[in-house]
Design a protein around this ligand. Sequence first.
Ligand SMILES: [Zn+2]
Length: 581
Amino acid sequence: MRRCAISARYSSDLQRQSSNEDQIRGAREYARQKAWLIVEDYVVADSEVSGEAMAGRDGLHRLLEAARTNPLPFDCVLLEDTSRLARNLPDQLRMIDRFAFHGVSVVFFSQGIDTSQQNARTLATLHGMVDEQFLVGLRDKVHRGQHGRVLQGMIPGGRCYGYRNVPIEDPNRTGKYGRPAILGVSPEINGEEAEVVRRMFKMYADGMGVGQSAKQLNREGVPAPVPAKNRLHRAWSRYTVWEMLRNERYRGVLVWNRTKKVRNPETGRKISKSRPESERVRVEVPELRIVPEELWQAVHDRIAHVKDALGIARVGGLSRTRRTYLFSGMLACGECNSSMVIVSGMGKRGYVKYGCHAHKHTGVCQNKWAIRQDRLEEQLLAAIEQRVLQPDMVDYLVKRCEEEIGRRIQELKRQRSDSNLSALRRQRAELQKKAERLIQAIETAGDLGSLTQRLRTVEAEIAGLDRAMAEVRPLNLKITTDELRQRVIRIVMELRELIAAGDPAAAKNALRKHVGRLVLTPAVQNGRRLFQVSGSVDLDPDHNKGRMLLVARDGIEPPTPAFSGLLTDSAKWFGISACLC
Ligand SMILES: [Zn+2]
């Protein structure tokens, strides 16, 4: 069995103070997995030492001293990664050699490098090269830092209704303006909010629905949680209530690592995905308990009961069905600016209808009009098609486009200068060298993720410079009005085909790219009820140009049974505001 020493290094420019503990915990975990023995006398941590100099590494030097004794007190030294041994490469290699001379190997557990193995020196060299300039895997380290803070009973960011976050000062360090540096925040119960939380649990346990509870709290003017960035209203909704009923912090348990952010490759948007139960971290913090255990149990018994009675699709009153509705996520209520969503007909009865989310779920918006999904989609699609295919529209866009090109040419002429060009060339040459070094490194070591990633970044920078240089080159733009017209028509036709293709998911994707936010304002015109629609269509989303306003104050009839078409003609168009170039 291998006997291990552990060495941690905290560097003030990278890490939180807690990081030494995190590194040591990581090393212990690694040793446990390998069934290695940790020699407790030789677990050392060096703090506040800049990685550039080897001075002040008392802990590490103690390990070196120990390595000279006979018999050896340990067989290997565990470190998180090469940057923990020393920041610069020559020092790292020297340390590895010194330990090796005494028969002690060095293991960098997060990089999987073990100097007793054959390719270790090459790997360490490569990582060392990268360490010199870059913080490898910085994101992972931040993540682990948060993990460590949870284990200390602190909150990794964010606030939670029922608590206030009290900053924890670091007595050993000074932050900005001479005040003590902040280590993190610690939650403390907020008496008034805690009262509301208990009441909410009580309401649900007594048989009230989540939607009813939300409306009741709004009626009484009870201050709701501070809303997320994209919400306009600070109001209780069934979602807020539902989330809170399931938040284990109210029973004195902190759960961390519940979700991770991943990018959806289809849409390019970041979404939260839940992590498996085994990766979650749960810490009991009885002093944070707001809801007594009996009340918590009563609420969760009822949740389980409702789940059984109604089936998974309607847990907590929230529909879990996922259907593609063409315009969901793009429509806004003209009265309160919250989203228009499907508000009825998700069950078996009735038509599926769009309506104001705030009205339905929080009661703070007075707009009670709902419109059948099929009618709304039909009319909106027709409106978009009609407007986008107007000959006037194409003329207008072409004209604006020519203007924009003219303006851009003038701008380029001003910017262009030879000195600028040679500076760009120099930058490019340097990047090119950097890329070649990285390629060599990859050839030597195989395809290490961190190196490949670096190479991609450098290549992207080179491509950026190439584009910048192309802009500096002598201008040779000969775009005729005819060509512009062709281009506008082509884009318009493509959009139309995408929408007409009949596959709701594909159509929705296309619409999402081209259609911005559509605002539906209820209005009565000549005794008829209308939604006035305003919004924009982005004809050329890939270039972020060609944005034009779609409809301004167009009417769509909501509740009349017969489809009456759009009430306006092309004369009512206005505000076409950009070009395609
Ligand atoms: Zn509204």
